[in-house]
Design a protein around this ligand. Structure first.
Ligand SMILES: [Zn+2]
Length: 54
C-alpha cells in the first residue's frame, strides 16, 4: 500500500502507521483537530507573564 501524503510504498498498515509517525507530523496527517493557524503558544489571558516582577 501507499502513503497518501508522500506516495511512499509501505508493506502494510503497520508499516504505514510507523511511516506516518516517523515521516509526517500530525498536521500533515490531519487526523487531529489541529487546524489552528499560528496562535499555539500565545497565552490567552491578557497580561504577559513576567517572572520575578510582582
Ligand atoms: Zn509518507
Amino acid at each position: 500500500m501507499k502513503c497518501e501524503i508522500c506516495d511512499a510504498e509501505v508493506a502494510n498498515s503497520e508499516e504505514l502507521k510507523a511511516h506516518m509517525e516517523r515521516e509526517h507530523t500530525l498536521e500533515e496527517r490531519g487526523d487531529e483537530e489541529l487546524e489552528k493557524p499560528d496562535m499555539m503558544d500565545q497565552p490567552l489571558s491578557g497580561a504577559p507573564i513576567v517572572p520575578g516582577k510582582n
